[in-house]
Structures are given as C-alpha cells and as structure tokens.
Design a protein around this ligand. Structure first.
Ligand code: HEC
Length: 114
C-alpha cells in the first residue's frame, strides 16, 4: 500500500513537473516492459500498436487503478461484472510478481484522455 502511494506520488510529480506523460519514471518504464513481456497486445492496443479492438489509450480515465488491477489479477470476475463479451476472453495474470503488477498498473493509469 505504501509502495503504491509512492508510485502514485511519483507519477503525479512527474506529470506535474513536466506537464506531460512522456517523462517516464522507472516504474512506468517497467510497466511498459511488463505489458510487452506478457503479450497484452495480442488483445489490446496502445498508441496504435497491437489489437485495435481492445484499445487501452484512455484506460486511466475510464477505470480506477484498483479496477485496472482487478482486471489483471481476476479478469473473469471483471468481465462478468461489466458483461464483457469480446473473445477470446482475458485470463487472469495472477502469477505476476507484486513489483511487475504495481508497475503495470502505474503505467496503465497514466493512459488518459488528453
Ligand atoms: C486473450 C486476450 C487478452 C489478453 C492476452 C489480455 N486481455 Fe485484457 N481484456 C481482454 C478482453 C476481451 C477484455 C474485455 C473488454 C474488451 O472487450 O476489451 C479485456 C479487458 C481489459 C481491461 C479493461 C478494459 C476496459 O476498457 O474496461 C484492462 C485494463 C485489460 N484488459 C488489461 C490487460 C493487460 C494489462 C493485459 C496483459 C497483462 C491483458 N489485458 C491481456 C482480452 C485480453
């Protein structure tokens, strides 16, 4: 929890100081790597790369960090909650380490409507 607050504070600081999301903090860099390593782009796209049916470019405006986290750790429950019907369905990525999960959430929550 404390770690997450630190990640949030870091993200907030970097956004505030630079006015853009392009100045990447280490956690966010790591999040982009986890996203690539877990092959999320088979079903999702960010910045035009990946599966356009599941664009995540504004996910940080749509979902809270906790909701993003829930999708990653328990996708079937979230899919049931929002009646997601797209196939193939998302499986849970429950085996991610806490660090990888935190970094992935930190990264995704920076993707906001501009
Ligand atoms: C096998 C395909 C598949 C893979 C791989 C996959 N997802 Fe998903 N994901 C889905 C589907 C289907 C949904 C339901 C919403 C939709 O239709 O896009 C979804 C929903 C989500 C949502 C909520 C989207 C929203 O608009 O509310 C997030 C966040 C998400 N996925 C993140 C991830 C991340 C991060 C990874 C990699 C760790 C990943 N997904 C891997 C298929 C996938």
């Amino acid at each position: 929890m404390l770690y997450r607050l630190q990640v949030l504070a870091t993200v907030w600081l970097s956004l505030t100081l630079t006015g853009s999301a392009s100045a990447q903090t280490p956690a966010i860099d790591k999040g982009t790597q986890v996203f690539a390593a877990q092959k999320c782009s088979i079903c999702h796209a960010i910045a035009g790369k990946g599966n356009a049916k599941g664009a995540l470019d504004t996910i940080g405006s749509k979902l809270s960090p906790d909701e993003i986290r829930q999708w990653i750790v328990d996708a079937p429950a979230m899919a049931a909650r929002v009646n997601a019907t797209r196939k193939p369905a998302m499986k849970s990525f429950a085996s991610l380490s806490k660090d990888d999960l935190d970094a992935l959430v930190a990264y995704l929550q920076t993707l906001k409507k501009t």
